[in-house]
Design a protein around this ligand. Structure first.
Ligand SMILES: [Zn+2]
Length: 359
């Protein structure tokens, strides 16, 4: 969990700065905005209606988040080895689930007067101080195998779409189960093209290595891998643990970067770090260090936050945007330079979104 002494120390620093300067600490006025490529805040471990998300975003200077609804969650289970498919949805059930969840999210957005990010101008308005939501889906299963269903989803506000998740789908193969297509399907390829044409950001996370390569071949706009981590090899469904299956290979990360895209690093915090992932539970400093390490491997223009808040069970290093602000504070103390911290905190996700969104 969070280390209380850290909070106390930061509070003390803020108080001392206030006493010394006779005004608010400079950071309180000019802090870098935060943008998160992958968040389930209020969806799994909190109730959305009283989650406090909107107030927390405003308090912590969060410009916008990709708020990822999870249509397939009802048909998955979590075990010690990871998340797996536990049931098969009937025809129309994924679409119905998507519609219901989207309705709840839009009601919250309206009630809390958050800005829905639909255009590049909305991105700028959020960077200038408003708090916004990018309506996003984790898995395109809800399209029920029909690319033409993307149009009504776009009309209803969807702007960031992850192709696959944890259940077998007509779209293509994913990292955590044996392949059935041995590729991205023809429908999956058409979906990448349709997203590019329509102005929806394509998110490759959870895709098998082969499916990711095919999406990268077909794409005519920058893509993201919103959450996960980068290792020398791509994870496979035969790996022992879920977090190993979810590895993105450095070669794939570099391909995403070469196309102008961005890789989001998740906030996974393991009780027993190791096997390549160094971040322990509640360890915001180690999360910041992993972000900095990834900058060294794929460049400052291609690393972003993809916290996966509420998507990691109890294995989290960050569970609130106050924790994420703490991560940014650690980055700021690392001599990376302000420009690099800004790119990680919000700049890179903003750039790809603006490249894809229509005005
Ligand atoms: Zn995920």
């Amino acid at each position: 969990m969070m280390r209380p002494h850290l909070h106390r120390r930061r509070l003390l620093q803020a108080m001392l700065a206030t006493l010394a300067g006779g005004a608010l600490p400079a950071g309180a006025q000019q802090r870098v905005p935060i943008a998160d490529m992958h968040s389930h805040y209020g969806m799994f471990s909190r109730f959305m209606s009283n989650s406090g998300l909107a107030a927390e975003m405003r308090k912590e200077g969060v410009a916008f988040i990709a708020w990822k609804l999870v249509p397939d969650a009802r048909w998955t289970r979590r075990s010690a080895e990871g998340i797996y498919q536990s049931g098969t949805p009937g025809e129309g059930q994924l679409a119905a689930r998507y519609t219901a969840l989207l309705g709840e999210m839009k009601a919250y957005v309206a009630d809390q007067k958050l800005r829905t990010v639909l255009t590049a101008a909305d991105v700028d308005a959020c960077l200038a101080g408003e708090a916004g939501i990018v309506l996003a889906a984790e898995g395109a299963d809800f399209l029920e195998g029909r690319v033409e269903n993307l149009q009504p989803a776009y009309a209803a506000g969807l702007r960031h779409l992850q192709l696959v998740h944890y259940i077998h789908t007509p779209v293509g193969d994913f990292q955590t189960a044996a392949p059935t297509h041995n590729r991205l399907s023809a429908m999956g390829l058409q979906l990448v093209e349709a997203c590019n044409a329509r102005g929806v950001l394509v998110d490759l996370s959870h895709s098998s290595g082969t499916a990711a390569d095919q999406a990268l071949d077909a794409a005519r706009a920058p893509l993201v891998w919103s959450h996960g981590w980068v290792d020398s090899a791509q994870g496979t469904w035969q790996d022992r643990f879920g977090f190993l299956k979810r590895r993105l290979s450095l070669a794939h990360a570099k391909r995403i970067a070469a196309g102008g895209g961005v890789v989001g690093l998740w906030g996974l915090g393991l009780a027993r770090p190791g096997l390549g992932w160094s971040v322990g539970r509640g360890d915001t400093r180690a999360y910041a260090q992993e972000l900095a390490n990834l900058v060294g491997r794929i460049g400052a223009d291609h690393v972003a936050l993809g916290t996966d808040i509420e998507g990691l069970g109890t294995d989290w290093s960050v569970n609130t945007y106050a924790h994420v602000r703490e991560v940014i504070g650690h980055l700021e103390s690392m001599n990376l330079g302000g420009a690099t911290v800004e790119k990680i905190a919000c700049g890179n996700y903003s750039r790809v979104l603006k490249a894809v969104l229509r005005s």
